[in-house]
Design a protein around this ligand. Structure first.
Ligand code: ADP
Ligand code: MG
Length: 243
């Protein structure tokens, strides 16, 4: 399978604080990789380095063979291929659901209003929210807003989706509906990197789990290997707290 993301010796310093201390990993097309680890271990920074939201201090990130942190790389073009969903939904509050989803495809991809509207309604149908097409974000629950955020990211037809704790800010009863949308996306073959505390999701949906602690990948493997037979003490200690 084609390699979509290749990370070599990625380091990131904030001042003198080494947040990423040499990350290597490769992600193949259609693979779903879940990233787990303690708070402050560098998971968000890692994800943000993948699409150039964060500069690297050293090492390299290649996306489809393009070096993300090379000055000559067109980061906007690269980012339009990579959808990202954050913990906070950050929909535009003064735009309707439809307008939120149509905006980038019209501006960046040059879709006509009719094309963008069609695509938006297909995606809303997919995330189960077609009836909310004319609603404003504050008229939606957190889970609904996050599903709109996923639809909005998908409207750009990204080749990769990055999720940074997409369910962490949700009330517990809404977590399932968002994970279900993500699972469906995974089953359709989307390449996904998902930072999550939802160990059930990681176990069920991930092809591979990376355990990151203190800016390094301490251990990686299939969900069964990581959850049922972790090799490293640090992994065992982390899992004993979250499982
Ligand atoms: P995680 O997502 O695993 O909780 P983060 O990647 O958000 O971890 O953060 C890792 C470390 O980097 C933390 O100690 C955090 O305080 C620090 N950090 C993150 N972003 C910045 C920033 N913009 N400036 C300074 N320190 C930062
Ligand atoms: Mg984080």
């Amino acid at each position: 399978m084609e390699e979509v993301i290749h990370v070599k010796g990625l380091t990131k310093l904030f001042g003198r604080h080494a947040v990423l201390r040499g990350i290597d990993c490769a992600i193949k097309a259609t693979e779903v990789v879940c990233v787990i680890g303690p708070s402050g271990s560098g998971k968000s920074t890692f994800l943000r380095c993948l699409n150039g939201l964060e500069d690297a201090s050293g090492g390299e990130v290649l996306v489809h063979g393009v070096s993300v942190h090379e000055p000559k790389t067109d980061v906007d073009a690269l980012r339009s291929e990579i959808g990202m969903v954050f913990q906070r939904f950050n929909l535009f509050p003064h735009k309707t659901v439809l307008e939120n989803i149509m905006l980038a495809p019209c501006k960046v991809r040059g879709l006509t209003t009719a094309q963008a509207r069609l695509r938006a309604s297909e995606l809303l149908e997919k995330v189960g929210l077609l009836e909310k097409i004319d609603a404003y974000p504050n008229q939606l629950s957190g889970g609904q807003q996050q599903r709109v955020a996923i639809a909005r990211a998908l409207a750009m037809q990204p080749r990769i989706m990055l999720f940074d704790e997409p369910t962490s800010a949700l009330d517990p009863e809404m977590v399932g509906e968002v994970l279900a949308v993500m699972q469906a996306l995974a089953e359709e073959g989307m390449t996904m990197v998902v930072v999550t505390h939802e160990m059930g999701f990681a176990r069920q949906v991930a092809d591979r789990v990376l355990f990151i602690d203190e800016g390094v990948v301490v251990e990686e493997g299939t969900p069964a290997a990581i959850f049922d037979n972790p090799q490293e003490d640090r992994t065992r200690r982390f899992l004993s707290k979250v499982l």
